[in-house]
Design a protein around this ligand. Structure first.
Ligand code: ATP
Ligand code: MG
Length: 282
């Protein structure tokens, strides 16, 4: 089943001459962990804004083609309605947190949807437990650390029980330790809730071990969408100006030097297995 379907979609922001998105044809299925990857300015955030109706309903501009979320046309369905299908967490959670305390913050979206109180408290408990924020439910959002704010932002989306959770550089403002915790948390959410997680993330070292599919963007085009193994071993990824993972850089060099001939691994355990097969020093 396709949760999201882009059909020959183009978008140009008002006042810009160039299209930020060009002829996008993309299908996103259920229960997948997908990494959105591309150089700065390639259109990742713009693509994400199309996935809950913010484009074209909130950002003015010119569009052609069609985007469907779970069969609903994003030009004809309200953003509130689409928010029960797709939840988006943006880079800076501070801008997203508005309530007096964390519990109210999480309940906010549900109250707006008219969900009964006992169902609201069940969902708050579940999402607070999944994101490990039970101990800060009565704190004000501004009293929280960056990592805690990001977890609250994720919890306030999870309570809406979307089929797709999208995160736009969720770890950009966090230190490496917190970034790792957030990414581990996302993998647990994926396993527990069986939803699709789509994440735009520059910390490829951290995210690639969990990634199933990758979407590569360049200059407003989706240039490749495939399983991780295919993308990592293809030329498109190699040619993009990205901060490549250390494991990738090592195995790519070993390949160039004619020492390694296998598939480039994406995680430390896979890399160790690949190294064991190499007969170094002979
Ligand atoms: N609100 C906006 N108004 C006008 N132009 C915009 C707006 N947001 C983005 N753009 C332009 O659209 C293009 C794509 O930007 P976008 O933010 O989608 O890239 P990105 O891949 O998310 O980059 P980054 O990795 O830096 O976050 C850029 O040329 C950018 O200047
Ligand atoms: Mg961006």
């Amino acid at each position: 089943m396709n949760l999201i379907k882009f059909n020959n979609f183009f978008f140009r922001y008002k006042g810009n001459e160039d299209y930020a998105l060009n002829n996008i044809n993309l299908k996103i299925g259920d229960n997948k962990f997908i990494l959105l990857c591309g150089e700065t300015g390639s259109g990742k955030t713009t693509l994400i804004r199309c996935m809950n109706g913010l484009i074209p309903q909130f950002y003015s501009g010119f569009y052609k083609g069609k985007v469907e979320i779970n069969g609903k046309d994003t030009t004809e369905t309200s953003i509130a309605n689409l928010s029960t299908e797709v939840g988006i967490v943006f880079q800076n959670p501070e801008n997203q947190l508005i309530a007096m305390n964390v519990e109210h913050e999480i309940a906010f979206g549900l109250e707006n949807l008219g969900i009964p109180p006992n169902e609201i408290s069940r969902r708050i408990k579940e999402s607070a437990s999944l994101t490990e924020i039970e101990h800060i439910l009565d704190k004000a959002p501004f009293e929280l650390s960056g990592g805690e704010q990001q977890r609250v932002a994720i919890a306030s989306i999870l309570v809406l029980e979307p089929k797709l959770l999208i995160l736009d550089e969720p770890t950009a403002l966090l230190d490496p330790y917190m970034a790792k915790k957030i990414i581990n948390l996302l993998t647990e959410i994926k396993i527990e809730k069986k939803i699709t997680i789509l994440i735009s993330e520059h910390r490829l070292d951290l995210i690639l071990p969990f990634t199933e599919q990758m979407i590569l963007m360049k200059g407003g085009y989706v240039i490749e969408h495939d399983i991780r193994e295919k993308i990592l071993n293809g030329d498109n990824f190699k040619n993009l100006n990205l901060n490549k993972p250390v494991i990738y850089a090592i195995f790519n060099k070993l390949r160039i030097d004619g020492i390694f001939h296998g598939k480039i691994p994406a995680s430390i355990p896979d890399a160790i297995n690949s190294l064991k097969q190499l007969k170094l020093g002979e």
